[in-house]
Design a protein. Structure first.
Lengths: 294, 312
């Protein structure tokens, strides 16, 4: 009995240590020109693709379609009006569904990054690679540049092989950090985002299979207060904020208006670095590279 | 894949703010939909749904209170009415028409039609149309596929045949589309550009998701969030010169503090000049004349390719 429990405790500790070892935090992270905080605005432009992948009914697809017809254009206008370069994480298929919108994204100088071929990562390695290459080719054909970042669970080894510089997923730290795969190999910079700073968590009905009793029906004033508090806390300590929006969610007029107020208020403070994910990633990898053998 | 079937229902780019115009130099369009259904879930109205205190309230005190507020502010609404309700309350509907409101369809018993055969759906649509026509003395111009509180999604349900059947049935518009926030064309055939005008709907402006949702007893009351959503969207759409649609259920919004919020919202709207408040049919007719599909519907040819290992 006792030895069984001891063995289980050892296993738990070993699992946690293995997992810890896959993460490397960046100590004393500084931003260019003495900025106090780096802010990434990132848009996941899946429109109706994820709805389609999950076999949701036609009205759900139409809800996503709003993102391609209307929402993405409003986000481009919003970011352009503030002279902010955002990062648009885009499934490859979107280039076939909304080529004009994607060309407008590129014309405005926003970063176009990978968001999987059709919003999932196949399990079979050959097909996974095929999806990543197809997406990179589609994004390059429309944006003129091969993507260097991804928001996906693509394997880090494959991403490194294909020249990717960063991933943007999950929040094991407030600040950018290095992540290794399960074998402890293939370190890759992660630009973390937190689900609480993701519009879909507040506004998108039936998001990620949530049932009716768990619906997300918050108004924009409340989200404004929450996101401002997150920004303010990170501003005070000198940190990082990744604001995740979806064109079909935040492209709605009431939320564009809220984002406009949020950005305007952020801009009243000195030392806020509004950057693309690629800019933040290049800064981190150049000035705070991964430390081997640590 | 023919065009973008299974992905999109309309063309790729919505009408930009600067191209949206309303009659008589008005700046913004505000439409009000009142859902007279009492259905709880996808099966539509069942006897038990009509034998609840809330159902009685919805048909009497709740509706009276809502109508009084609409009258006070001179607001005209489109009532989305399941055929069984039209049969039950024909006299009340004629009173609504006399007050300048519109009566539109909302299912036979506001049931989910997505799994029905085309023949079955067609038969139900024809029956519903004739019941509505008998009750009101005029054929409805509009049809709604509004969601119910116990649906798994908040957008309403529709079958692959619904829009074609509505076109064949002489309907002028479908009342709850989610792909835009102004009227837009729902395309059923790319080659012939066969399409039905669709009016905008968004669940964040529909009272049923905020008021003791998902149900009395365990649901939470978010009347204040609803009110803030209305105000925020109206303000934003007014600035853009577009459209704002709200959906109301007399059994829900007709209660005390909620009616108070509705009055406060309509008082807010009244402070803005140039707000056009048409019924759904008036809005649809204006839109089809001003933005005919022949000129304004511009679906791009599909460049979609099928690949092994990809969705088609």
């Amino acid at each position: 009995m006792t030895s069984q429990i001891e063995r289980e405790i050892d296993e738990l500790c070993a699992a946690a240590r293995r997992y810890d070892a896959r993460h490397q935090r960046i100590p004393d992270l500084t931003w260019p020109k003495g900025a106090r905080i780096a802010v990434n605005f990132t848009a996941d432009f899946d429109a109706m693709l994820l709805r389609r992948l999950l076999n949701e009914p036609p009205m759900q697809l139409a809800k996503g379609e709003f993102g391609g017809r209307v929402g993405i254009w409003r986000l481009i206008e919003l970011f352009d009006s503030h002279r902010i370069k955002a990062t648009i994480f885009t499934p490859g298929r979107i280039c076939e569904l909304y080529p004009q919108a994607m060309r407008a994204v590129a014309r405005s100088g926003h970063e176009i990054a990978d968001h999987m071929w059709e919003h999932h990562v196949p399990k079979e390695p050959a097909l996974e690679r095929d999806h990543l290459l197809k997406t990179a080719a589609a994004l390059e054909a429309i944006g003129g540049r091969r993507p260097v970042g991804t928001r996906s669970s693509h394997s880090l080894g494959l991403l490194r092989q294909e020249g990717f510089l960063y991933v943007s997923e999950d929040a094991a730290d407030h600040l950018p950090y290095y992540l290794r795969d399960a074998d402890g190999a293939n370190p890759m910079l992660n630009l973390p985002f937190h689900y609480a700073i993701d519009d879909a968590m507040f506004y998108s009905f039936a998001w990620l299979g949530s049932g009716n009793a768990a619906q997300r029906i918050t108004d924009p004033d409340r989200v404004f207060d929450l996101w401002w508090a997150a920004f303010w806390q990170q501003y005070r300590v000198g940190g990082y904020l990744n604001v995740v929006v979806h064109p079909f969610v935040s492209g709605r007029a009431l939320r564009i208006d809220m984002m406009d107020r949020l950005i305007s208020r952020m801009k009243t403070l000195p030392g806020v670095w509004f950057a693309t994910c690629e800019e933040v990633a290049r800064h981190c990898t150049a000035h705070h590279p991964v430390r081997e053998g640590v | 894949m023919p065009w973008k079937q299974g992905y999109t229902i309309s063309d790729e780019i919505g009408l930009r703010d600067e191209d949206v115009r309303w009659p008589d130099g008005n700046r913004c369009c505000v439409t009000v939909t009142v859902d007279l259904s009492l259905a709880r879930g996808p099966e539509g109205i069942r006897p038990a749904d009509l034998m609840r205190p809330e159902a009685y309230f919805a048909a009497h005190d709740g509706l009276d209170g809502l109508l009084a507020v609409l009258r006070q502010f001179g607001i005209r609404a489109t009532f989305a009415v399941p055929a069984v309700i039209a049969r039950l309350r024909a006299e009340r509907l004629r009173g609504l028409l006399a007050d300048g409101h519109e009566i539109a369809g909302n299912g036979l018993r506001h049931e989910d039609v997505s799994e029905l055969s085309m023949e079955e759906e067609k038969a139900r649509l024809e029956l519903a149309t004739s019941i509505l026509t008998d009750a009101t003395g005029q054929q409805p111009a509009g049809w709604f596929c509004l969601p119910r509180q116990e649906d798994p999604f908040a957008g309403g349900t529709i079958s692959p045949h619904t829009i074609d059947l509505l076109i064949d049935g002489g309907y002028e518009y479908m009342g709850n589309g989610l792909a835009d926030d102004v009227p837009h064309y729902w395309v059923t055939d790319f080659a012939s550009r066969r399409a039905l005008l669709t009016l905008p709907y968004y669940y964040h402006f529909d009272d049923q998701w905020f008021l003791l949702f998902p149900r009395r007893g365990t649901g939470l009351e978010h009347a204040d969030d609803l009110f803030r959503n209305w105000r925020a969207e109206f303000n934003a759409q007014y600035k853009r010169g577009r459209q704002f649609n709200i959906v109301l259920h007399p059994g829900l919004v007709g209660w005390a503090h909620r009616l108070q919020f509705l009055e406060e919202f309509l008082t807010h709207v009244r402070g803005f000049p140039g707000v056009w408040n048409p019924t759904g049919a008036e809005c649809a007719r204006y839109w089809r004349t001003t933005y005919p599909a022949s000129e304004y519907l511009k679906p791009e040819p599909s460049i979609w390719r099928d690949y092994p290992g990809s969705l088609s």
